[in-house]
Design a protein around this ligand. Sequence first.
Ligand code: S3P
Length: 455
Amino acid sequence: MLHGVALKPAKSRKSSTLSGTVRIPGDKSISHRSFMFGGLASGETRITGLLEGEDVINTGKAMQAMGARIEKLGAEWIIHGTGNGALLAPEAPLDFGNAGTGCRLTMGLVGVYDFESTFVGDASLSRRPMGRVLDPLRDMGVQVRSSEGDRLPVTLYGPRTPNPIVYRVPMASAQVKSAVLLAGLNTPGVTTVIEPIMTRDHTEKMLQGFGAELSVETDGNGVRTIRLEGRGRLTGQRIDVPGDPSSTAFPLVAALLVPGSDVTIENVLMNPTRTGLILTLQEMGANIEVLNPRSAGGEDVADLRVRASELKGVTVPAERAPFMIDEYPVLAVASAFAEGTTTMLGLEELRVKESDRLTATATGLKLNGVDCDEGRDTLVVRGRPGGKGYGNPAGGAVETHLDHRIAMSFLVMGLVSEHEVTVDDASIITTSFPEFMDLMTGLGARIDGLAGEAA
Ligand code: S3P
C-alpha cells in the first residue's frame, strides 16, 4: 500500500496493428485553470471538453469550498464565480490528491487572502517541494506553516494588504510563474514576473481572456516580462478545452511503434509551448501528419494522423525541455525502439514531478531490458528496433511511484516488446486520463488489469 488504496497492477502485450480515430480528453493545464478562473470571475463561465480526471475534479472541489458554484448540465460545466477578491475562507483543508498544478496554483490564488487556508495531498504530492511557490508568497507578505523542507501539509495566512513583487522565476516552471500571477490578482498594484525561459503560457492567455490587465513583453534574448494589474475585474467566459497533447503522446507513440499502425487523433492542442514531443519525434523520422490546423478559443488545434515509422536516435537539446516536460518517459520508450542512441539533456525538473521521473524511467527501462544511462540531468537510451528481448518474462513490475505518466509509458512499451511489460499500479492513471485503457484497447492495444491486487 502506497497511498492507503490497494495498488492495481496492469500488463500489456505485443499487439498487432493499431488503427482508428480517437478524440483525446481535454487538456489538464487548461482544465485546472478553467475551474480556477471561472470560480473566481464574476458571472457565469461555461466549459465544454473539460478533463474530468481526479486532479481537475479536486481543483473544482477546492473552488467550491471557497464559494464558487459549480454544476454539470449535459456536456457542459457551469460555474458561478465569486468575483475577483471575494473568495471565502475554506472551512476544511483543501485536498489536491496527486495534483501539483492544482495545489501550487491555488496556493498563489488564495494564499494572499487575509484568512487561513490549509493544503494537503497524497503521498506523492506530499513529497514534492512547495518552497518554489512559498518563497515568492512569503515575499508578498504571506505567513507560511509547512512541514519540513516546505512540504505539505501547508497552512497559509495572507496579510491585510499583499505586497506586489517583481519575481524572476528561478527554474523553468509554469506552476511557479502562474502561482505568482494568481497571487497578483488579489494584490494592489502591478505584480511582475520575469521568465528567463518560456514555459506553457495558458495562465497568461486565459487571464487576458477573462479580462485581466496583463501584458507580456519579450526581449531579444527571449526573456519574458509579464505584468499584471491587481484587483481588476474578471468576467465569466465560454471555454472549449482542446485535447491534451500530453495524453495524446501515449496513443501517438504507440501508433508509431506498433508495425502497420494508422491512427488519427482529433482536436489536439498545438500551442507551441506544448509541441516539443511532436517536433522531436519528427526529427527521429516519425510520420505524423498535422491535419486541419485551426484556431479554437485562442489556441491552435489540429488533428494528427500517425503512421508506424522507423525511428532513429537524436539528441534532444536542453532548451526544448520546458515544451515537452511531461513527455520524457514516453519519449524514452520510443527511443528504446529507435536505431542508435537518443540523448536527452536538461532534465533536472523531471526529478520533482509526481515521481522522480528520471530515475523511475531509467529503472523501468532497465527492468525491461533496455540499455540506458541515467545522469544527473540526462538520459541516454541505446535503442533496439524490433524490441527483441524487451519486456520482463518473469513478470517483474515497473514501480510507478503514484505517477500516472510512468504507468502509461510502460504500458505503451509492452505493446511492442517481445515479452509482457507489467506496471505495479494503473489506478493512478485516472488522475489525468481516465479513458486511457478503453481508448487504447479500442485501437487494438492488448492491455489488461491483473486479477488480484498487490498490497
Ligand atoms: C503544468 C506545468 C508543468 C507540468 C505540469 C502542468 C501547468 O509543471 O509538468 O504537468 O499546468 O502549469 P512545472 O511548472 O513544475 O514544470
